[in-house]
Write a protein that binds this ligand. Structure first.
Ligand SMILES: C[S@@+](CC[C@H](N)C(=O)[O-])C[C@H]1O[C@@H](n2cnc3c(N)ncnc32)[C@H](O)[C@@H]1O
Length: 261
């Protein structure tokens, strides 16, 4: 499978990524809470710059982060270099494509696909390979969590969180983000999101550029099917990070499954 162009999309997003996610904190508490319940080691699929996995390690758990983008992992490494040595030593980073390279078998107590990670696996069979790889890496009795924004409830929950103006300290700039979504393959539920950036740097120079990502939608039933096909048993559905029950109008689809002993 050639994932080069999708990798390029992520390499391009790395510089802005931490700014993009700086307001997201509720999911950190959610995954840290699960890690405290299951214990480690914990695997995050598509760990990016370490926004979630680092706080989990700070709570005393061993963690492995998998990501196919070295530029995203470089941000994580930079963050680790500023951390306490004991916390940093709990984390191992693997640069690989989750759908292509097998992980160590029967190793993790908790594995998760956070912040819509599954939706980046847009090719036919790719999400199934990734979930099956992740499931194989779970210890017997271990927990796997897959989470997506509930696009089917978007008429209730708009995506205004993706339109903003922020200070961009790394570039001494102020930057404005807006976005637009386009369905590019309705049969396979694939959408293109274009992000537009425009701003002014410290020298007063204007800049503008755009970036693109592709997402595939998965309904709760499709996610359940992926988990079952990987030999897991679905144990819980949540509709948001506060663990409220899932219902079609809730903002997130969070499916929890277990590898039965
Ligand atoms: C939305 S970011 C999430 C990062 C982090 N989990 C967070 O919540 O901040 C998705 C991450 O998945 C990575 N990714 C996308 N496709 C991947 C693949 N096939 N294998 C491994 N990583 C992948 C991207 O490089 C990116 O860092």
């Amino acid at each position: 499978m050639n994932t080069n162009w999708r990798l390029a999309n992520w390499e391009e997003r790395a510089d802005l990524y931490d700014l993009f996610v700086e307001d997201r904190t509720r999911d950190i508490a959610f995954y840290t809470g699960f890690a405290n319940e299951t214990g480690g080691p914990v695997l995050e699929v598509g760990c990016g710059s370490g926004r979630i996995l680092l706080p989990i390690a700070a709570r005393g758990h061993q963690g492995v982060g998998v990501d196919f983008s070295n530029k995203m992992l470089d941000r994580f490494r930079r963050r680790l270099s500023r951390e306490d040595d004991v916390v940093a030593s709990r984390i191992k980073l693997l640069c690989q494509d989750i759908a292509a390279t097998p992980l160590e078998k029967d190793t993790f107590s908790l594995v998760f696909f956070a912040f819509g990670m599954l939706g980046f696996l847009i090719e036919e069979g790719e999400a199934a390979r990734a979930v099956s790889n992740a499931a194989r890496s779970l210890k017997p009795g271990g927990t796997l969590i897959v989470e997506r924004r509930n696009r089917f409830a978007d008429r209730y929950h708009t995506a205004r969180e993706f339109d903003w103006i922020k200070k961009w300290p790394e570039k001494s700039a102020t930057v404005c983000q807006s976005h637009t979504d386009l369905i590019v393959d309705s049969t396979r539920q694939i959408r293109q999101t274009l992000y537009f950036y425009e701003g002014i740097d410290s020298a007063g120079q204007h800049f503008a550029f755009q970036q693109v990502l592709y997402f595939r939608e998965f309904s709760s039933l499709e996610i359940e099917e992926l988990l079952r096909s990987a030999g897991l048993q679905v144990t819980n559905y949540f509709g948001d990070y506060d663990r409220r029950p899932f219902a079609p109008d809730q903002p997130r689809i969070i499916v929890v499954a277990q590898k039965v002993d």
